[in-house]
Design a protein around this ligand. Sequence first.
Ligand code: CTP
Length: 494
Amino acid sequence: MKKLTQTARILRKNMTEQEYKLWSLIKNKQFDGCKFLRQYVIGNYIVDFVCREKKVIIEIDGAQHNINKNIIHDEERTKFLEKLGYSIIRFWNNDIDYNIEGVYQKLQEVLNINNQHPPLPLPRKGGDDNMNIIGLKDKNLYYIGGVVRDEILGTKNFDVDLTYDGDAIEFAKTIDGAEILQINEPFGTVKIKYNNKNIDIASTRSEDYPQKGHLPVVKKIGCSLKEDVLRRDFTINAMAKTTLTGEISDYTGGLSDIKNKKIRVLHDESFIDDPTRILRALKFSVRFGFELEEHTQHLQKKYLENINYDMSYKRLQKELKETFDLNSWTAFEKFVNEKIYKLISQEEFELPKYDFSKLISKYESDNVWIIYIGLLPDISSLPLSKNENKIVESFKVLKNTSLESDFDIYKTFKNIPIESVIMYSSINPDIVEQYFENLHDIKLQITGKDLKNLGVEPSEKYQEFFDFVLRKKIENKDLNLSDEINLAREFFKL
Ligand code: CTP
C-alpha cells in the first residue's frame, strides 16, 4: 500500500501533457464545484482523477504511465471500482488534444447524471482543426490573440477570441441563422447563438490609457485590424487568423518570436500603460519556456526601478494567481531575482533556499498562488479573500511560534491551513519535512464516545487525556484502539 502511495505521488509530479490539460479544467473545484483528486489510490489501484462526492473516475487512455497500469488486469480493476459505486469515464489522449470542448461537454453530462454509466459517444467538434470550432466563416472575421499563438505552438486553446475587422454588431445582424443574445455598444462586442453555440465577437478597436496602470478606454471602434493588434501586449499575442482561408496576419513579427522563443512588447510604453503585462510575460515565459527579448528585459527593469504605484491591484492579483497557480519554482525565482515582486511590495525580499514546489505537488491545495505570494513582507495592497488572508495570517503567527517537540509541531500544524505549513518550510524545512513524513498521518482512534462507554463523564479532563494519548501515539505510531483504551483506563484510573 505504501508503495502504491509513493507511485501515486510520483505520477502526480509527472503528469502527462494531456493529464495536465484536463487537470487545469477540473482542479480547484472549478468544474461545477466538484472536488477532483488526481492520481488517487483506491484499493490496489491508482486512478487518474476522481470526484469522490459524485463517485466519478476519469481515466486518460494512451497516457505513458497507463501502459503499465493497463497490464494490471483492467477488467478486474473496473469491476472492483464499480463495485464501490464508481462510474468510470475514459478519454483518449486525442480527445484531450483535439476535442477538449467535447470532453468538457461529456463531463458536464456525467457529473450531472450521478452514478450512471455514460453510454453516449463523445460529442465531436465542428471540424477537423482548431479553426473550425465556431463553424462561422467570413473574410473579415478573425481568430485573434492566444488562440492563434497556441495553434502555432501546437497547444489547443479553450478560450477562442474572435474579432471582426469593422463593426461586429452590424456584422452579427447579417449572419443567417444567428440569434443576437447580447450587445455591448460601448465596447463594440456582441454575443450570438449560432449552430447552438454561444459566440462572442469583438469589433476591431484601438485603446488609450488615460490613467496608466488601469483599464484602457476605447478610442475607436471599427479601426483597422493592424491598429487593433498594435494595442496588445506581446508579438506572440498579436496575430490574427482569418476564419475564411486560415491566412495569418502577423504585423509585429509574432511568428518569428514564437520560433525563437521570445517575448517582446510592441512599444516602449507597454509596461507603463499596463504593468500587469510584466506578470503576463512571466506567466507566458514559464508556460512556454520562452525568454524576454533583450529590449523588453530592459524596459521591464526600467519600470521596476521606478514603479507607479497607482495601478489596479485587482488585475495584478488575477495575473499573480494565473502565474503562481502553475506551481513553478522557476517563476518564483524570476519573480524574486528580477525584483518583479516590487509591483506589490516595496520591501526587499530574498528567494527562500528551500524549493517547496514539490510539497505543493504532493499535498493538494486549492490556493497555490498564495503560498508563494504570501511570503512577501507586505501584500496589503492585494484584495485577498477571507481564506487567503487566513493562510497569510496563520503563517505570520507560525513564524513567532516556538515548536520544541513533535507534539508542538503536530498540534500547531494540524490547526492551521496546509498552505501556511508549506509556507513555513521556507523558514524551517526540517520541521515541515518531519511533520509531513512522520506526523501528518497520525490519527487517534479513540473518541469521546469510547470514553463515555468507559464511564468517564465529559469534562475538561477529556482534552487533557487526548493530549496525553497523542503524545504516546507520536512516540509509538503502532498503538491501536485497544491500546488507546488501555491508556484511557490508566489515565482515568479505571
Ligand atoms: N491582452 C493585452 N494586454 C493584457 C491582457 C490581454 O494586450 N493586459 C490581449 C492579448 O492580445 C491577449 C488577449 O488580449 O492575447 C486575450 O487576453 P487573455 O485571454 O488574458 O490571454 P490569452 O493570450 O488568450 O492567453 P490565455 O491562454 O492565458 O487565455
